[in-house]
Write a protein that binds this ligand. Structure first.
Ligand SMILES: [Zn+2]
Length: 92
């Protein structure tokens, strides 16, 4: 259904500088990228190993990610509602 297809992740997570930070979804994180975290600072991404993924999650990035997820959910519900109004309740 138009507008309801998989849109990719809300954010990417990447462990860097002692915390797991979130990054905007447009570009998948790669080592050596110079990226802004959702909480603000720009960091150089690393190649995470298993231990890095155990780092604590950045609180600011988590709340930013939750907000983004909620916004997307809201847009999806709105699109779904408009389709039902136009095409009837059988459209989901
Ligand atoms: Zn962060």
């Amino acid at each position: 259904m138009i507008g309801l297809s998989w849109e990719g992740p809300v954010v990417w997570w990447n462990p860097v500088e002692g915390l797991r930070h979130a990054f905007t979804p447009e570009q998948r994180p790669r080592p050596d990228q110079w990226r802004a975290t959702l909480c603000g600072p720009r960091v150089t991404l690393i190649e995470p190993d298993e231990v890095d993924w155990l780092l604590p999650t950045c609180d600011d990035c988590m709340s930013a990610a939750v907000t983004r997820g909620r916004d997307r959910e809201h847009r999806r519900e709105e699109t779904s509602r408009q389709l039902r109004e136009r095409f009837g309740p059988e459209v989901r």
